[in-house]
Design a protein around this ligand. Structure first.
Ligand SMILES: CC(C)(COP(=O)(O)OP(=O)(O)OC[C@H]1O[C@@H](n2cnc3c(N)ncnc32)[C@H](O)[C@@H]1OP(=O)(O)O)[C@@H](O)C(=O)NCCC(=O)NCCS
Length: 217
């Protein structure tokens, strides 16, 4: 059995848009072209697809013809009153956005789940408790579980950056994942100041991709 959560899930406080192929620069806002300076063909394709998704979610929030530039740390700059996030993996790109009146910060990550999960590379990014949970998971689900924890961490890092301006380490974050219900809990054991109530995490699958969204109410 593989986990197959359906999406969209009703009553989430954000909009999302995804796109399943690279895009060309003609979809960009004129101000966004300069962000492509020196970029490879692959990077142009994913950047444009991510911006295409960002424009779509912004339109649904009532913002048309708005650029999404980036700050010195690479984070997207959203219009005042909006929080959002962008991710790419393989052929897919996704953007999520919401009104900051509803949520304080949001992060998204998408990962193509190509088994086996490259455990050797990523073990250093996981906490011992997360590794134990992956090892205790039935073999046929372990890769999905591992990719989901990894994606949850990436979306959490983006969300925490949006909320605080701080970029934490992967191992600062502990993900407690419930794949059956499609939720994860997030805690930051080594940094008590970040453990405010209100972190929420959602995980779902779209074909061979896992998508995680972390937000702070
Ligand atoms: C940011 C990072 C997690 C991206 O992960 P990835 O799996 O390679 O790529 P993804 O496609 O999921 O995400 C890329 C998107 O993340 C967003 N992003 C980049 N930096 C970000 C940040 N600091 N906060 C939130 N979002 C960020 C961008 O929108 C980017 O897409 P774009 O350049 O097309 O706009 C990864 O590159 C990383 O760990 N970088 C280190 C960042 C760092 O140390 N920053 C210091 C800030 S103080």
């Amino acid at each position: 059995m593989l986990y197959r959560l359906q999406y969209p899930i009703p009553s989430l406080p954000f909009y999302s848009a995804s796109h399943n192929k690279p895009c060309t620069p003609d979809i960009l806002h004129p101000d966004e072209h300069r962000l492509l300076h020196g970029a490879s063909a692959k990077r142009i394709g994913e950047f444009c697809a991510g911006r295409y998704c960002a424009h779509q979610v912004l339109e649904r929030l009532g913002y048309k013809d708005v650029s999404v530039l980036k700050n010195l740390h690479g984070a997207p700059i959203w219009p005042a009153g909006i929080v959002g996030s962008i991710s790419h993996s393989k052929e897919m790109s996704i953007a999520v956005a919401a009104r900051s009146a509803n949520i304080q910060a949001i992060g998204v990550d998408i990962q193509y789940c190509e088994p086996p999960f490259p455990g050797q590379t990523f073990t250093a990014l996981l906490r011992p408790q997360e590794i134990r949970t992956i090892l205790d998971t039935p073999a046929e689900l372990a890769d999905q579980y591992a990719y989901s924890i990894f994606a949850a961490k990436e979306s959490a890092l983006k969300c925490i950056y949006g909320a605080s301006g701080h970029w934490l380490e992967f191992t600062d974050i502990l993900i407690d994942l419930n794949l059956t219900d499609g939720w994860f809990l997030l805690s930051i054991p080594s940094k008590r100041a970040f453990n405010v109530p209100g972190w929420l995490g959602r995980v779902y699958f779209d074909g061979a991709y896992v998508v995680t969204v972390t937000w702070l109410k």
